[in-house]
Design a protein around this ligand. Structure first.
Ligand code: NAP
Length: 270
């Protein structure tokens, strides 16, 4: 029984692959830059990729207008005999319009597969070390400038917890479950930056900026308008307090506590 992991070079996909392989399970990682190539904009090798696959982990890139492509991939996967789909989206996606990229992937998976699980993750701690926040700070001498308020708090979750839940959903039966994955506590950006300073995080300072200021900085970096708009929507949701909720879902799925900021910091020491 083989598993196909999309977003294989990403923060969660990479960790899922490592885990599956360390258990001696057959797993293929695919993305544009992986050894096994998967590009959501190119369907030419999808039949080959799906041959013999029984479970898929699917992430839709953020703000990329690729929702229809990913939905098409899910259709092909179901047609090829894949029985289990684990779809990662973002906290709050259940409230997004049904034709938005990530909500469309959730809905297609529910329609098409005998077994499906939806993982709606909050922002990751690893955004400070490997993801969006790290890359923004690297380009601005360690300064992270985001359109949130000083008091905006987020229940950041560790990518290892998301990967653990995904692996469990790929291997065990979490079918029909929709998990909103958060850490055990909400933190402001200032708190996280204070604690991660001096670790492998390149973020040294945090500054709250307005939406226009963020838009200017982000597009100046060459980020696409749609991606920046999606980030702005997520920051607006955080400012409205909708990313601060702490859920029990990591505990429900794994029967253990989610990883707290202090442990993430301890283990991200250079
Ligand atoms: N980061 C967070 O805090 C966070 C929070 C909540 C939800 N999420 C969700 O998690 C998912 C990934 O988030 P992220 O962007 O932060 O992850 P990421 O770790 O940067 O991973 C994105 C992955 O998608 C692949 N990818 C990008 N464009 C692709 C394309 N055209 N075709 C095939 N693969 C492509 C990338 O690999 P290649 O470049 O090799 O193609 C990479 O492996 C998204 O659905 C996002 O909404 C993330």
């Amino acid at each position: 029984m083989s598993t196909l992991v999309t977003g294989a070079t990403g923060m969660v996909g990479r960790r899922i692959l490592t885990q599956l392989r360390s258990r001696g399970l057959s797993a293929t990682g695919a993305s544009r830059t992986s050894q096994t190539r998967l590009d959501w904009t190119d369907t030419s090798n999808w039949d080959e990729l799906l041959d013999g696959v029984k479970s898929v982990f699917v992430v839709t890139p953020v703000g990329s207008a690729l929702g229809n492509r990913v939905a098409g991939f899910l259709e092909k996967a179901a047609g090829a005999g894949v029985g289990n789909a684990v779809v990662m989206t973002a906290m709050g996606t259940e409230y997004a319009p049904s034709d938005s990229d990530q909500r469309a992937a959730e809905l297609r998976a529910k329609d098409l597969f005998g077994r499906w699980t939806v993982l709606r993750s909050n922002w990751l701690f690893q955004d400070f070390t490997e993801g969006t926040f790290a890359s923004m700070a690297r380009a601005r001498n360690g300064r992270l400038e985001l359109p949130v308020k000083k008091r905006t708090a987020i229940s950041f979750v560790d990518a290892r917890d998301v990967a653990d839940v995904a692996v469990s959903a790929l291997l065990d039966d979490h079918s029909g479950r929709e998990y909103t994955l958060t850490g055990p506590q909400a933190h402001t950006f200032r708190e996280v930056v204070k604690q991660t300073r001096g670790t492998e995080s390149p973020v040294w300072r945090f500054k709250a900026v307005d939406e226009a200021g963020f838009y200017f900085r982000a597009t100046d970096r060459g980020w696409g308008e749609r991606y920046v708009d999606t980030l702005n929507e997520r920051f607006a949701a955080a400012v409205a307090g909708r990313a601060a909720e702490v859920t029990e879902d990591v505990r429900a799925a794994l029967r253990r506590d989610p990883i707290p900021l202090a442990r993430f910091v301890r283990e991200a020491v250079l």
